[in-house]
Design a protein around this ligand. Structure first.
Ligand code: ZN
Length: 222
């Protein structure tokens, strides 16, 4: 039996009984706090990183955590974004890139993708981020270039999100917040795009105010 199939049996026998009430409540509906868009990379475990339970994140994953700009063509991302934003009314959208991203390495070197035509075409949605890196850091080494590309790609996909009518409308209304994150696989660190300083800052720094108010709210105290 594959490891993941044995895991289902273990889940049913030990994990489910412990959280039975949660699962029963979830069967009546969902009200996630965020649409969480991240890479398909197997090393990203969204629930573990964010310490969330089922029902808290509406998750869309694809190679490179890409959001194609809105067009009249219907795609999986377009429909999922519309559903999360217009139907579920999520108050937050997170675009989360990550270190060691194979998709971003491919975007940086598309000539190596000749045998993967669909990957190459998909990564065209990151092309502007590659061009930005080439413009702002023409002499940087490979490590620095890929780090900048991870960041610029997240910022670019946040821009693409704004072209989706459901997102644009909610942003105009003022009840939707966009977040750009980079998850570091090796260190567990998360940095967050801070528009006011035009850079990525550590997660505890970016959300310092929110974390402080949680600590003072007895209802949320751990
Ligand atoms: Zn990736």
């Amino acid at each position: 039996m594959p490891h993941f199939a044995a895991g289902v049996v273990r889940f049913q026998n030990t994990v489910y009984p412990e959280k039975k009430e949660l699962f029963e409540r979830l069967s009546e509906g969902q009200s996630p706090e965020a649409l969480f868009i991240t890479c398909s990379d197997s090393r990203i475990e969204t629930a573990m990183i964010t310490q969330t339970d089922p029902g808290e994140l509406f998750i869309c994953r694809n190679a490179g955590n890409i959001v194609p700009p809105h067009t009249h063509h219907t795609g999986g991302m377009t429909a999922s974004i519309e559903f999360a934003v217009a139907a579920l009314q999520v108050p937050h959208i997170v675009v989360c890139g990550h270190t060691e991203c194979g998709a971003m390495k491919g975007a940086m070197n598309p000539e190596g993708l000749n045998s993967l035509p669909h990957v190459r075409e998909w990564l065209g949605y990151s092309r502007a981020a590659v061009d930005i890196v080439n413009e702002i850091a023409p002499d940087a080494g490979d490590d620095e270039r890929i780090k900048l590309l991870l960041e610029q790609n997240v910022v670019l996909q946040l821009q693409h999100l704004r072209t989706h009518p459901s997102v644009a409308a909610r942003l105009a209304k003022g009840d939707l917040t966009l977040h750009g994150w980079i998850y570091d696989i090796k260190s567990g660190g998360v940095t967050v795009w801070d528009e006011s300083v035009n850079t990525f800052v550590p997660v505890d720094e970016r959300y310092a105010k929110e974390i402080a108010s949680l600590a003072h709210d007895p209802g949320c105290a751990a």
